[in-house]
Design a protein. Structure first.
Length: 157
C-alpha cells in the first residue's frame, strides 16, 4: 500500500520571508532554539534536555499556544548548518508534528527563510481546528514564526 504524505488529518503550512541579513546571521538566530520564544509568538517556553557537540539544543521540551489550546511537545532537532534545520515531535499533545526552516542566501545581506510545519492534531484537537479556524491557526503558527524571525534579525542587528 502506498504511503500517503502528509497523512490524512494532517494540517500543513509554510511561510516564506526575505530577511535583510546574511545567511550566517539568520542561521545563528534560528539555531538558538532556547531563545526562540523571544521572537516566535506561538512558542511560550523551551527547556533544553540534550545538546550536541556544538552546544545546540537537540532535544527540548516546549509549551506552545496553538490558538485553540495550549500544547506541550518534546522535540528532536537536527541541523544542516547554515541552510536549514528540522524537528520532529518525540512525544506531546498532538499526534505528530514535523517542522523545518530552510535558508537560501540571495545576496550578501539578504536571505530567504521558509518555515514549514506539518501537524496531525489527533481526533479531539483536530475537531477544534476544522473550518475557518484552521486557516487562522496555520497562519498564526507559520507566519508568526517567519515574520518574527525577520523582525528579530533585522531589528537586533
Amino acid at each position: 500500500m502506498p504511503v500517503v504524505w502528509p497523512p490524512v488529518g494532517t494540517i500543513t503550512g509554510s511561510w516564506t520571508v526575505e530577511i535583510e541579513a546574511s545567511l550566517e546571521r539568520v542561521w545563528s538566530v534560528a539555531a538558538d532554539v532556547p531563545a526562540s520564544p523571544a521572537w516566535q509568538p506561538a512558542l511560550e517556553q523551551v527547556e533544553t534536555l540534550e545538546t550536541d557537540d556544538e552546544g545546540r539544543s537537540t532535544l527540548v521540551d516546549t509549551s506552545s499556544d496553538a490558538v485553540v489550546r495550549k500544547t506541550k511537545q518534546q522535540l528532536r532537532f537536527s541541523f544542516d548548518e547554515p541552510t536549514g534545520m528540522s524537528w520532529t515531535q518525540i512525544k506531546g499533545d498532538v499526534k505528530s508534528l514535523h517542522g523545518s526552516w530552510e535558508f537560501i542566501e540571495l545576496a550578501a545581506e539578504r536571505t530567504r527563510a521558509t518555515f514549514a510545519l506539518a501537524v496531525d492534531p489527533g481526533r479531539v484537537l483536530g475537531m477544534l481546528l476544522r473550518g475557518p479556524v484552521e486557516g487562522k491557526v496555520k497562519e498564526f503558527l507559520t507566519k508568526g514564526a517567519a515574520e518574527g524571525l525577520k523582525q528579530h534579525v533585522e531589528t537586533a542587528g
